[in-house]
Design a protein around this ligand. Structure first.
Ligand SMILES: Nc1ncnc2c1ncn2[C@@H]1O[C@H](COP(=O)(O)OP(=O)(O)OP(=O)(O)O)[C@@H](O)[C@H]1O
Ligand SMILES: [Mg+2]
Length: 224
């Protein structure tokens, strides 16, 4: 069963001087529970693709279907509600909020959920931090953590709301190889044990080979 379906997606960026075709009639179908890698040279449209799958950006043409919902004419509020409930993001540069401690960063996606008491939220935060071996850092600030620890916190934040899809944009790009391997282990465990569907952009061939499938991009198109 397909959980992510892109049909004929186009994305054009228009700036003063030039028009960039970032995605050119892209068709992609990801099955529930799949772990897919996206590879391709710099500037070929990988991040643009993840932003469109993750409803952070809208295409100029084509159709995005996630979990049987299609989003042609949805309002920004509908998009962000759907995103908050179903999608977790992990970025190369972590994107933690520097002014919030670890627990508050991880709690953020839950704050926008109705019907969750503060106590229930804290329970969930503690549960995911324990799972990622970060409980002892709960009250640390992001500036007090190593890169690998920051990425574990970012993953905790991505999974605290139990999303069915995780989108990861070069999640090990800023980590040394040992920390990178640890983050990859966490993603593989989430995929196997929770059945979370993962789409990951990577420049690392050996990481990509460990996933179910590699989608290769060039100049805004899927080439294999
Ligand atoms: N907001 C924007 N405005 C104008 N052009 C943009 C914008 N975002 C991306 N682009 C252009 O769209 C193309 C695709 O960019 P994208 O960030 O998706 O590439 P990428 O494959 O993720 O590259 P990298 O591997 O370097 O991260 C590039 O030519 C880029 O310059
Ligand atoms: Mg990118």
């Amino acid at each position: 069963m397909s959980i992510i379906k892109l049909s004929e997606i186009n994305k054009v960026y228009q700036t003063k001087e030039i028009e960039t075709i970032a995605l050119d009639h892209v068709n992609i179908d990801v099955k529930r529970g799949e772990f897919v890698s996206i590879m391709g040279p710099s500037g070929c449209g990988k991040s643009t693709l993840l932003n469109i799958i993750g409803l952070l950006d809208r295409p100029n043409g084509g159709k995005v279907t996630l979990l049987d919902h299609t989003f042609d004419k949805s309002s920004d509020t509908e998009l962000s509600q759907f995103r908050n409930a179903n999608i977790g993001f992990v970025f190369q540069s972590f994107h933690l909020i520097p002014a919030l401690d670890v627990a508050a960063n991880v709690e953020l996606p839950l704050v926008y959920r109705t019907g969750l008491s503060a106590r229930k939220r804290r329970e969930k935060v503690e549960e995911v931090l324990q799972r990622l071996n970060m409980t002892h850092r709960m009250h640390h600030m992001p500036s007090e953590l190593s890169g690998g620890q920051c990425q574990r916190v970012a993953i905790a934040r991505a999974i605290v709301g139990s999303p069915s899809i995780i989108l990861a944009d070069e999640p090990t790009g800023n980590l040394d190889s040992r920390m990178g391997a640890e983050v990859m282990n966490i993603l593989h465990t989430l995929n196997k044990e929770n059945g979370t569907t993962i789409v990951m952009v990577t420049h690392n061939e050996s990481q990509a080979r460990d996933t179910d499938r590699i989608i290769r991009f060039f100049d805004g198109r899927v080439i294999s």
